[in-house]
Design a binder for this molecule. Structure first.
Ligand code: B12
Length: 226
């Protein structure tokens, strides 16, 4: 399988240096690279799309090829989450422009949480209010979270095929409550099975967070014009 970091991508050199620092267990150096780039006008959105996301995929590829160890993968993921948090002063300073709220969650049992988190961070940068619930969320509480937060959109992330029943269960719980919630799904699982999103009862599958932001802007425009 070819590398997920190629010369044609913006910030390819930064992505390579960032990943190399993390694989040497040098989180501070990796953080410095990112903070320097952002202070020198790299957009946080581009850092997410062209550094964090391909580096995570590349770590997965290297892990699968036995080039990096499980502790290295864990270190890279944990470090990137810390470095994302360091960027929050840039992310959360944006004025809210959308009245639409979104709950983003992982299916029950699902531990791959970076996708839903990235989606929320990019939406916050566009002026949305997001409620990010993280990994492994039981279906039982999801209707209450939607009601309590006044959210009209639910984003479910899933990566593993053995979580299909949990995704279906969550969607069924929300449909049964008849809140009129728009349900979108994404994550590794749906990339490998193109029609799965409709089989589990979702309204839409969107392959990446950047496209999801564009899709949700249209949903939001529809709400505003009602
Ligand atoms: C880090 C990682 C882990 C970490 C996760 C830690 C954490 N805090 O998140 C840990 C160690 C827990 C883990 C565990 C496992 N993992 Co893992 N993991 C990864 C890895 C390397 C990176 C995942 C990641 O962070 N991606 C970055 C995010 C940003 O990408 P993303 O999730 O695709 O999200 C983007 C889009 O998909 C989309 N998106 C995501 N969600 C949503 C939701 C909506 C609504 C929308 C619109 C869009 C959207 O937007 C995001 C940004 O664009 C991947 C490699 C890979 N290619 O993904 C393997 C990978 C997913 N894991 C894999 C495996 C096998 C496992 C385990 C089964 C390993 C094991 N034997 O235990 C377990 C299963 C755990 C579980 N129960 O869920 C395999 C899956 C292979 C397969 N065929 O299914 C992969 C592909 C690695 C590989 N190359 O083989 N893993």
């Amino acid at each position: 399988m070819p590398s997920f970091i190629t010369d044609s991508q913006p910030h390819a050199d930064l992505a390579r240096s960032y990943l190399a620092a993390l694989l040497r267990y040098e989180r501070a150096a990796a953080s410095d690279l990112i903070m320097w780039a952002v202070q020198n006008n790299a957009s946080v959105k581009d850092i997410y799309q062209f550094v964090f996301e391909p580096c995570q995929y590349e770590i997965g590829r290297l892990w699968q090829s036995n080039v990096v160890s499980v502790p290295q993968e864990h270190y890279c993921t944990a470090s990137t989450q810390v470095i994302m948090a360091q960027l929050y002063p840039y992310i959360f300073r944006v004025e809210k422009v959308s009245a639409t709220k979104i709950v983003a969650t992982c299916a029950s049992g699902e531990l791959h949480e970076m996708g839903a988190r990235m989606l929320c961070d990019l939406l916050e940068m566009e002026g949305w209010s997001t409620i990010y619930l993280g990994a492994n969320v039981p279906s039982a509480g999801i209707v209450k979270a939607l009601r309590d937060s006044g959210s009209t959109v639910l984003a479910i992330s899933a990566s593993m095929t053995f979580h299909i029943p949990a995704v279906r269960e969550m969607i069924t719980a929300v449909r049964t409550a008849q809140l009129g919630t728009k349900i979108i799904v994404g994550g590794y699982l749906f990339k490998s099975a193109p029609n799965l999103w409709s089989e589990v009862g979702a309204d839409q599958w969107i392959p990446n967070a950047t496209d999801a932001v564009e899709f949700l802007k249209k949903v939001d425009d529809g709400v505003k014009s009602c």
